[in-house]
Design a binder for this molecule. Structure first.
Ligand code: XBP
Ligand code: MG
Length: 253
């Protein structure tokens, strides 16, 4: 049995519930700044989450939900500028402390660091978004706790492509058998499993009904002592929160 060496974390939906009240309003503010009347409701946003990556999501919206939109200039440039404004709004929201970490995240990361496990991030979101979340929601120095922050356009294809996880492991000199991934969505698990990783899922409001075939376990959240998780799929061996012992057990299954 290969010993567990590293924990690889998705960010959006996994470390924090960022989509509905973070990314979504940031997109809407960027649209309003540009004089566009586009408004992504919580329901519509749930459908747009089929596509990962903010720039890719705007394009998908235009292709599928706003087909009447006409732009005389360079559409790629418009999307890039909307996305830049969105990132500024989103990181400002994080700096204001608008988005907390999900239950159990800080405790597990602290436990993993104390045990000498290596940590990395593998996400489709923009690198500044990761830095801002880690700094404002986890710890001012938290960026330095992660050996690799693999994010955004560093790989040619975003999740569900496995590229971002493969990139992180290559940088760390680790094999999939030495790592475990933490995810929240169908696109996330397709990426992590595609990279050969055992995967722990904590769902959120947008992903509760996703297909998580192949997950080591599916939880409603990571749990805290006194704030137990519910097991939606798999076997937690009678435990009620995700600690390192349970992570190691799930990795060895
Ligand atoms: C996250 C995403 C991202 C964010 C927006 O997916 O899909 O696109 O919603 O980020 P995952 P950007 O959790 O699977 O990584 O606007 O910075 O692209
Ligand atoms: Mg996610």
């Amino acid at each position: 049995m290969t010993e567990l060496q590293a924990l690889l974390f998705d960010v959006d939906g996994t470390l924090a519930d960022t989509e509905r009240d973070g990314h979504r309003p940031a997109f809407n503010r960027a649209f309003a700044d540009a004089g566009l009347d586009w408004d992504w409701s919580p329901e519509l946003y749930g459908e747009l989450l089929a596509v990962t990556g903010g720039k890719e999501r705007i394009r998908y919206y235009l292709d599928k939900y706003n087909t009447g939109f006409r732009h005389d200039g360079d559409l790629d440039a418009l999307i890039a500028s909307l996305h830049k404004a969105k990132t500024a709004h989103y990181t400002r929201l994080l700096a204001e402390g608008a988005i907390p970490l999900r239950p159990g995240v800080k405790r597990l990361i602290t436990e993993a660091r104390a045990a000498g496990l290596r940590l990395a991030v593998a996400t489709t979101t923009t690198p500044e978004n990761v830095t801002a979340l880690l700094r404002h929601a986890l710890h001012p120095d938290a960026e330095s706790w992660f050996e690799v922050i693999a994010a955004g356009d560093v790989v040619p294809a975003k999740k569900p492509d496995p590229g971002i996880y493969l990139y992180a492991m290559e940088k760390m000199g680790l094999t999939p058998a030495q790592c475990i991934a933490f995810e929240d969505s169908r696109n996330g698990i397709l990426s992590s499993r595609g990279a050969g990783l055992a995967t722990i899922i904590a769902v959120n409001g947008y992903t509760r009904d996703d297909d998580f075939t192949g997950a080591a376990i599916v939880l409603d959240h990571w749990g805290e002592p006194g704030q137990p998780f519910s097991v939606l799929q798999g076997d937690a061996g009678g435990r009620d929160h995700l600690d390192l012992e349970l992570v190691r057990r799930l990795h060895s299954m």
